[in-house]
Design a protein around this ligand. Sequence first.
Ligand SMILES: [Zn+2]
Length: 272
Amino acid sequence: MTDAHCHVARGEECSFVCLPPDAEVPSESANAFFFGVHPWECLECDVMNGRDARSPSVASPLASGGFAAALSALRARLESNPLAGVGEIGLDRIKSKTIPELMRGMFAAQLELAAEFGRPVVLHGAKCWGEVVKACESHAGKIPAFLFHGFSRSEGLLPDIFRLNGFISIGPALLNDHAVNYRDLAKRIPADRILVESDATAENAAEVPSAESVAEFLADLRGVPRAEFFALLDANASRFLHFASGIASLRQYSQSTDSAPGAVNAQRHKIS
Ligand SMILES: [Zn+2]
């Protein structure tokens, strides 16, 4: 099982782990790593004075060194990790009704880096998915694939998302009996575009449902045998990582056309 979006791995065969650009990572891992400045990091962040007004004790690259330092940390990360993607990045209207300029600027600059390096991107777009999709459109083809994490509305955007080579990752909100519209959406995502995620963080890792429990529920909802659906999810996760074909080491294993997801994971070692 692949957990297609989390911030801490919890023992799935493969997890797509999103971390800040300067985070410590294990030197060998079966997981895929994505680095980026989360939009929430851009809220109330007193960049000029190098501190984060929300949580002054938290040292984020953005808070400690400002916009340019965060971007150069991300660039260095992408240079030294040919298999790393970019994420979680995007825009947000949950915590602030208007999108701060810093958030927009940081998102645009990180998309530019992802396009320059040809890396897949994990997106956040709570309550502003339309704007996120629009910002991604100028990078179509240069960014190999987009993962729409936590996407839960605006079904009208789906054709644009698929044109961008976007995947929709379904999360634990599906398990909520009141999530009628979300379940409806999850049923209709095309089979080759769907992933599952836990969005586990260091804070909620003990209680948040696993990607596997989301996958089990989703298989039943879609009326597909669980084993078959799990294999489909792993194949989709593997394909998502393969799209970064501009990178030499990824190119190597994309040539072995029928490589199992496990084989892909075995290649995704050596993170620095
Ligand atoms: Zn997340």
